[in-house]
Design a protein around this ligand. Structure first.
Ligand code: AMP
Length: 396
């Protein structure tokens, strides 16, 4: 999938509005606690700055529900960005109107401003055309660089495209290039690793990729619905009873299509989800009634790692256990380390965003795999085969 990007003459000396994703976690005292998403847009900011464009960065932060709420102000993010790029960043107290036009008027060519939270206006999430027009009016060009917001048809991701010459930014292009290659043209063997809490979140991904994958590894909380669907005792592990039929049907379909589905053979189990737990290793087909499976066990780690050994493409979405707690983080770590190893041997390893990205970052291995997506929801929808409204306008 190829996207339309800008040429030097499209941006040189122009007033450019950029949709970024600055929806970053803040500490209680309003400081940025993880600036990964901010840093992801720096290459574009630098390119625009060099071209002497006047740059305005717009984003949402949290869910202020269409109301002005200082708790969700982007001001701390403008300050953080100033530290990252080492130059002055203006901040506008509104994302539309004279606050923006006069800020753009007064910044020097190559200078930049961060606009206040788009979601202080209810019109943003309604993809409102009149609001998009106001947002666009001080500018000559629009660039969409927020892959992680591209699954939403909002005024700043979709309607704005009808108001200005619009282009995909480098972060969006890189994400789509890698993710579309993985989804549409994977090198085989292609192994899909799924984990995390719920089957229901991953149903469409399984359905869409079942015919493309050679092996599907299922760990994490969602594996217990699959184990239970085979009549096994899962204790009081997570289970979505209403998805048992789906799990059974998928297992049968996979068998018919020669796709192997690998489930845990042993698990680390405890009586409750607690960082103080002393887990027991138990067989996955006979978890005692008072215990719940909270991570994959040592045999499973070995089996899953062996299945990954010869993979040429791997897509991973969802941790293998409750990785946030030390006693249940080992399974996710083992898989991450195996991915690093096979990446070194030439495999393409792609990590969907969200919790899997958090897990790999927690291990400090995010630069040792082929790609960690910046968008949890967006990458999931992409792998479900959906057209993302914030990507569609740029497809060539
Ligand atoms: P998801 O957002 O669906 O990818 O789910 C991620 C969450 O699943 C993480 O917060 C994990 O703690 C949780 N999780 C993973 N494995 C288990 C498990 N066996 N039991 C309960 N929660 C789990």
């Amino acid at each position: 999938m190829k996207l339309k990007t800008f040429q030097p003459e499209d941006i040189a000396g122009k007033r450019v509005l950029v949709r970024v994703d600055f929806n970053v976690p803040l500490t209680g005292d309003g400081k940025v606690s993880d600036s990964t998403r901010i840093k992801a847009h720096v290459p574009l900011i630098e390119e625009l700055s060099k071209a002497e464009a006047k740059i305005a960065l717009c984003s949402h932060l949290g869910r202020p529900k269409g109301q002005v709420n200082p708790k969700y102000s982007l001001k701390p993010i403008a300050e953080e960005l100033e530290g990252i790029i080492g130059k002055k960043v203006a901040f506008t107290s509104d994302c539309v109107g004279t606050a923006v036009s006069s800020a753009i008027e007064s910044i020097q060519p190559g200078g930049l401003a961060v606009l206040e939270n788009l979601r202080f206006y209810a019109e943003e999430e309604k993809n409102d055309a009149a609001f998009a027009k106001k947002l666009a009016s001080p500018f000559e060009v629009f660039i969409m660089d927020a892959f992680s917001a591209a699954h939403r048809a909002h005024a700043s991701t979709r309607a704005v495209v009808d108001c200005l010459p619009s282009f995909a930014g480098p972060l969006l292009i890189r994400e789509i290039e890698i993710l579309s290659e993985t989804r549409d043209n994977p090198r085989h063997p292609f192994v899909l690793i799924l984990g995390g809490a719920k089957v229901s979140d991953k149903i469409d991904v399984i359905e869409n990729l079942l015919s493309k994958a050679d092996t599907i590894i299922i760990g994490g909380g969602m594996s217990f619905t699959f184990l239970k669907s085979q009549g096994l005792e899962i204790g009081h592990s997570l289970c979505e009873t209403e998805k048992l039929d789906f799990a059974r049907a998928m297992s049968e379909k996979a068998k018919k299509q020669n796709v192997s589905i690998l489930l845990p053979t042993d698990v680390l189990a405890a009586s409750e989800v607690s960082a103080e737990a002393s887990p027991k290793t138990v067989p996955a087909n006979a978890i005692p009634p008072d215990l719940m499976g909270l991570d994959i066990g040592p045999d499973t780690r070995k089996i899953f790692s062996e299945a990954l050994e010869s993979a040429k493409t791997v897509l991973w979405n969802g941790p293998m256990g409750v990785f946030e707690m030390a006693p249940f983080a080992g399974g996710t770590k083992a898989i991450a380390e195996q991915l690093v190893k096979i990446t070194g041997n030439g495999a393409t390893t792609v990590i969907g965003g969200g919790d899997s990205a958090a897990a790999i970052a927690q291990l400090g291995l995010e630069n040792e795999v082929s790609h960690v997506s910046t968008g949890g929801g967006a990458s999931l929808e992409f792998f479900e085969g959906k057209m993302l409204p914030g990507v569609e306008p740029y497809i060539i």
